[in-house]
Design a protein around this ligand. Structure first.
Ligand SMILES: NC(=O)c1ccc[n+]([C@@H]2O[C@H](COP(=O)([O-])OP(=O)(O)OC[C@H]3O[C@@H](n4cnc5c(N)ncnc54)[C@H](O)[C@@H]3O)[C@@H](O)[C@H]2O)c1
Length: 219
């Protein structure tokens, strides 16, 4: 299910889902080609960066023609593993976790929250948008049973590390951490932190210090 990551720079890899979403819309609208200028306008990434990104995967746009939408789309589908359904687990069915269960990703790509975990007796044993909430005591057994390797963490920061340790015991490979806690994991486990406060501060910093939005793209 999960492929080895391609040898492309991380900054490029991070932009792939953005490109993919836009190209899918173009494809649905029956468009067969797109220029880097059009893409640039739509995804707010400067066109030089787009050309460089695309050159990593052998898509060399032709002058006056642009890029072939079909080619790019099938490339992204393979690279982003869109042909497979990747099932993930959600830990912590509170305000944020419930919002994710309501959203459940399916409109954008083939990622789905397949099961959720909590310790609150009010929540355990119920379904939220069709997703069953299990007790944390069952986490290892359930994740292994369904071969789930990715988890979204939406628990209070104070319990984030012990829960992470439990996830590691259950052979999880990737964690999307929404808690402000910085977590210790072995090098075999990949963690992405999404800290809304930091993102907001960073946005405000860029607004104050740069007038041209392109300056913020390369991080
Ligand atoms: N709500 C937001 O908009 C928001 C935004 C950014 C980040 N966060 C972060 O996301 C996390 C969750 O926020 P929230 O607002 O959803 O909190 P919340 O209190 O509404 O939900 C936390 C959930 O985790 C469960 N939980 C507690 N201990 C647990 C354990 N040991 N094992 C499993 N589940 C456990 C609780 O029962 C509850 O359902 C926090 O770390 C918060 O800082 C929240």
């Amino acid at each position: 299910m999960m492929q080895e990551p391609m040898k492309i720079p991380q900054a490029t890899a991070k932009r792939l889902p953005l490109y993919y979403r836009f190209l899918k819309n173009l494809y649905s609208a029956g468009k067969q080609r797109v220029s880097s200028a059009e893409l640039s306008e739509a995804v707010k990434v400067d066109s030089a960066t787009i050309r460089r990104d695309f050159s990593y995967f052998g898509a060399l746009g032709k002058k006056g023609y642009g890029y072939n939408v079909n080619y790019l789309l099938s490339f992204f589908q393979k690279t982003l593993d869109q042909d497979d359904l990747t099932q993930v687990a959600l830990i912590g069915v509170g305000n944020l976790g419930t919002a994710f269960l309501n959203y459940n990703f399916l409109k954008n790509n083939n990622t789905k929250i397949a099961m959720a975990f909590d310790v609150d007796p009010e929540k355990v044993g119920k379904r939220v948008e069709d997703v069953y909430v299990h007790h944390m005591d069952e986490i290892k057994e359930r994740l292994k049973e369904e071969n789930i390797a990715v988890a979204i963490l939406t628990v209070p920061a104070s319990v984030a590390q012990p829960i992470t340790d439990q996830l590691i015991q259950a052979d999880i490979r990737g964690i999307l951490n929404f808690t402000p806690a910085r977590l210790n994991v072995p090098s075999t486990v990949r963690i992405h932190h999404i800290d809304l406060a930091v993102e907001l501060q960073s946005l405000i910093y860029f607004l104050k210090n740069y007038t041209d939005s392109e300056d913020s793209i390369e991080e």
